[in-house]
Design a protein around this ligand. Structure first.
Ligand code: GUN
Length: 290
């Protein structure tokens, strides 16, 4: 097994971004500014949002956080987004997902101005990605591509299987892999695909993003293949101080004696998402100052 750790990849991206941000500010530009909206007190969301804030501040970005209780009204969030859209001092807007049930997630995402949509979740950026136009690429697929580039993993002419069809990972990942210049042959599966192995055993690259532990183990993967594990699942574990441990969507241990390259959890793709958000925020600032 070859472990494709992402700590080094993310650190190298952050180093580059730090240099680029210093140059950008040195040219007389205002620092890139990111606004983050958090609703409720989901522990995982709070952790992600904290990491985003730390990364933004470490690069010298401006960072504004808007936190609301679980029962905030949808109209208040939509009003805030309108203000942020019109705020000259804000370059990027991110609403941490998931939102509580009484708030329409699509409505909120659709309200974010496409030139500040650094998550790349809006219909305009989604459409641009599919067409192959300049856009904000969603952070997790973008981080996967960056990781594959770092490790010299060829995509051209390769068979890629994406397991999962979420709007955040599966769909944009498939759209990205099929683009000219990346040139993979892409199959998109989901947890209801009968005989998933039929697809995965033929794949050169498997991207598993179902949100379910043990979606695949080594019996799903042929020798020489690459597995990108996007899952971040919390499993109760009384031996841990915080009461849980993190596992991916693939059974990592089952690959131990196999000729397979795989990203670990933790220490894998999860580390890339934040740095890609920073890259998108700097890009948003660049475009808005141009
Ligand atoms: N929730 C899980 N992943 C993400 C992400 O990439 N962006 C946002 N906004 N929320 C998320």
């Amino acid at each position: 097994m070859k472990r494709l750790g992402c700590k080094e990849v993310a650190a190298s991206v952050m180093d580059n971004l730090k240099r680029e941000t210093e140059l950008f500010i040195g040219e007389g530009n205002k620092a890139p500014a990111l606004a983050v909206v958090l609703v409720g007190h989901d522990a995982a969301s709070e952790t992600y949002v904290r990491k985003k804030a730390e990364a933004a501040l470490s690069l010298g970005f401006m960072h504004f956080q808007y936190s609301f209780d679980e029962d905030v009204e949808e109209a208040e969030i939509l009003g805030l987004i309108e203000n942020l859209n019109n705020d000259e001092n804000v370059d990027g807007i991110l609403v941490q997902l998931p939102l509580p049930r009484h708030i329409d997630e699509r409505k909120v995402i659709n309200a974010i101005s496409s030139d500040k949509d650094v998550d790349g979740f809006s219909p305009i950026n989604t459409g641009r990605l599919l067409i192959g136009d300049d856009c904000f690429i969603p952070c997790t697929p973008k981080g996967i591509l960056e990781t594959m580039r770092f490790y010299g993993i060829e995509t051209c002419g390769k068979k890629a299987v994406v397991i999962g069809r979420s709007n955040i990972v599966g769909k944009p990942m498939a759209a990205l892999l099929m683009q000219k210049g990346i040139d993979a042959t892409v199959t998109v599966c989901n947890t209801k695909t009968p005989d998933l192995k039929e697809y995965t055993l033929a794949a050169d690259i498997i991207i598993v993003a179902t949100g379910h532990p043990d979606t695949i183990d080594s019996s799903y993967v042929r020798d020489g293949a690459v597995v990108i594990d996007v899952g971040v699942n919390r499993i109760e574990d009384a031996t841990k101080k915080n009461g849980f441990r993190l596992v991916g969507d693939a059974s990592y241990q089952s690959f131990k004696d196999r000729d397979v390259a795989i990203t670990p959890v933790p220490g894998g793709i999860g580390l890339m998402t934040v740095s890609m958000l920073m890259a998108n925020t700097l890009e948003a600032a660049r475009r808005r100052r141009a």
